[in-house]
Design a protein around this ligand. Structure first.
Ligand SMILES: *Cc1c(COP(=O)(O)O)cnc(C)c1O
Length: 386
């Protein structure tokens, strides 16, 4: 199939930002004029707005989603000898926060339909040294956070939600980041609420925890030059907060666009006859979840994922593999000596997952091109087989 001679990017941040350029410039100019590059009024306002949006009492800005996770574990005093339960099918930062403190990640398998932590595997993994649980709301869909929190509660264990990909998502109508003791958000530019650089946020309903997180994010210093704890320097700068406040006003619209795009992919792929276990397996939406579609991840079975990705790339269609190597197979975690046979769904997902272009300004024509190109791949394959 000879598609049109245009390319479809995996993500086009410039196109998404363009309609709001004047508002960004105005917000950034105001920060320049204020001279308050850290702890400016936009930071406090953003914290209040994210707290409101996530329906929690407290939100604390920090430098990144990675730092949010690290600070949460620091506040829990996680240390050598402690175990923290986490999926292996995630981004590195969900796990490095644990090892950085000398603690041990205990990897649990995922549900094959949602790619999220399997609550049964979580139950089985809890032991005497377990000190915390980090479910990840992957691709913009909450893990079964009600069951996870219930299991955690039975063992009196804190839940730290890695909601880096899931701002605006909900489970049983309750927002991501409001279920656990702490919620961790990232504003990395590819996330649904993306800054123009690095930024992150912590949410918590627990006032003492909020106080501790703020202390640790500011060198453990209180009052000035008196250090109560060995904290880190992790701040959200005012420029990023100003940009994020503009974007937050449009987050609902952006999520609506992503939802429409996801639905359209499903119907286009279905109509093209591409859906099935030997071709494309569509992402599953948990009936209790409000999915915000940070990623549209299909499964490509029969060992053909990499060939399909190459076929798309040759025809100018962007795609990505989130994630090609699960954490238990990473070189840096070899020392953990994890038995991968207990993580079959994680390893299968890393072989089959393919993430298609999704961003709010992706057009219907572009989506049609993505689907036509996938269709071309399977038609060519059928010819070879015949
Ligand atoms: C992006 C991401 C992080 C880290 O966020 P940064 O802001 O890039 O540090 C953590 N966990 C998950 C699941 C992510 O996708």
């Amino acid at each position: 199939m000879s598609g049109p001679n245009t390319t479809v990017p995996l993500l086009d941040v410039n196109r998404d930002n363009k309609p709001h350029r004047d508002e960004f410039v105005e917000a950034i100019s105001a920060v320049i004029d204020s001279g308050r590059f850290l702890f400016g009024p936009d930071v406090t306002e953003l914290e209040n707005e994210i707290a409101g949006y996530s329906q929690v009492e407290n939100a604390i800005g920090c430098a990144s989603g990675s730092d949010a996770l690290l600070l949460a574990l620091m506040a829990l005093d996680i240390k050598a000898g402690d175990e923290v339960i986490v999926p292996s099918f995630t981004f590195f930062a969900s796990v490095s926060c644990i090892t950085r403190l000398g603690a041990t990640p205990v990897f649990v398998d995922i549900c094959p339909d949602t790619f999220n932590m399997d609550p049964q595997c979580l139950s089985d993994a809890i032991g005497p040294n377990t000190k915390a649980i980090i479910p990840v709301h992957l691709f913009g869909q909450c893990a079964q956070i009600d069951r996870i929190c219930q299991i955690a509660g039975q063992h009196d264990l804190p839940v730290i939600e890695d909601a880096a990909q899931a701002i605006g998502a909900a489970y049983h109508s309750r927002p991501a980041g409001s279920w656990g003791l702490v919620g961790c958000f990232s504003f990395y530019p590819t996330k649904n609420l993306g800054a123009m650089g690095d930024a992150g946020m912590l949410t918590t309903g627990d006032a003492a925890m909020a106080d501790r997180l703020r202390l640790l994010a500011g060198h453990g210093m209180r009052p000035r030059y008196y250090h109560q704890a060995i904290g880190i320097n992790s701040r959200i700068d005012t420029f990023q907060a100003a940009v994020l406040r503009v974007k937050l006003r449009y987050l609902g619209e952006a999520i609506d666009s992503r939802t429409a795009i996801a639905k359209r992919y499903m119907s286009l792929l279905e109509q093209a006859g591409l859906v099935g276990p030997d071709q494309v397996v569509l992402p599953t939406v948990d009936a209790n979840a409000f999915h915000v579609w940070n990623q549209f991840g299909i499964r490509v079975g029969e060992g053909r994922r990499d060939a399909l990705r190459a076929h798309l790339a040759e025809r100018g269609v962007g795609s990505e593999i989130y994630y090609p190597v699960p954490m238990h197979l990473q070189q840096c975690f070899e020392y953990l000596d994890v038995d991968g046979s207990e993580l079959p769904e994680t390893e299968r997902a890393s072989r089959e997952i393919l993430n298609l272009p999704i961003f709010p300004t992706l057009t219907e024509r572009e989506q049609q091109q993505v689907v036509d190109t996938i269709s071309g791949f399977y038609k060519a394959g059928a010819k070879v087989a015949a």
